[in-house]
Design a protein around this ligand. Structure first.
Ligand code: SF4
Ligand code: SF4
Length: 235
């Protein structure tokens, strides 16, 4: 083997892609095309591809642009399949300097009714990243942008952890659950009395298990006497 004729040749163009999710550092790329194939064959997106031919072949986004300007949905599957680190999870990499050992915990994505399995990456008590579970029966290693990257809400300062009820002063106030539920029941009674049963409409959560969805339709049908009940999973 004489490796000299390959020396200095790079695959892909490092174009300082400024998206917040995926680092593209083609100095580490070995032109295996796994990213191109997963984008086309699994995600059906064709956001990244090869350009040029033979020795000059390069990995690139559409029109050699940045990912933000391409059809990329930021599903992260190219990052997960890249064997060399040429593509990296920028959000997880930010946690490199945090103290503690990286821990993996198997869980289920909380966003929609598909129920993709994920491995949560944490350091001490902080959630720092997410990886798709390759053996997850519903997703088999795939995720969408929300499951892959949208986990900041978990530790966000604005996250609601207690019920809020609007008072006579027009402001929202923290209350206990019994007070909040009484307030909601009173609101339902008022609407029924003033506008009748067809003024009530129920939408069950896509994350609700069958039993909860059944209870919800019973609550709307038997409780209010209307068939106006739906489930957001239908979207
Ligand atoms: S993040 Fe998903 S859509 Fe974007 S380039 Fe990678 S595989 Fe394709
Ligand atoms: S998967 Fe990684 S190493 Fe393979 S072609 Fe894509 S960027 Fe290069």
């Amino acid at each position: 083997m004489q490796p000299g004729r390959f020396q200095g040749q790079q695959s892909g163009t490092s174009n300082d892609d400024d998206n917040p999710f995926i680092l593209r550092d083609y100095d580490h790329c070995i032109s295996c095309y796994r990213c191109v194939r997963v984008c086309a064959e699994q995600e059906g997106d064709y956001a990244i591809t090869m350009m040029n031919r033979g020795f000059e072949t390069q990995i690139t986004a559409e029109f050699n642009n940045r990912l933000k300007e391409s059809a990329c949905t930021f599903c992260g599957q190219c990052v997960q399949t890249c064997p060399t680190g040429a593509l990296g999870d920028r959000k997880a990499m930010r946690a490199e300097s945090l103290p503690g050992k990286l821990k993996k915990t198997r869980s289920v994505c909380p966003y929609c009714g598909v129920g993709c399995q994920v491995d949560l990456l944490s350091k001490e008590d902080k959630l720092v990243g997410i990886q798709p579970a390759m053996d997850g029966p519903a997703n088999e290693g795939a995720l969408c942008i929300k499951g892959q990257f949208a986990f900041d809400f978990v530790q966000h300062d604005d996250r609601l952890t207690k019920p809020l009820v609007r008072g006579d002063d027009g402001e929202l106030h923290e209350v206990d659950w019994n007070t909040a539920l009484d307030h909601a029941a009173e609101g339902f009674r008022k609407v029924l009395k003033e506008h009748g049963r067809h003024a009530v409409y129920g939408v069950a959560s896509g994350r609700a298990p069958n039993e909860a969805a059944y209870t919800m339709q019973k609550f709307i049908r038997a409780g209010f006497g209307t068939n106006q009940i739906d489930n957001c999973s239908r979207a």
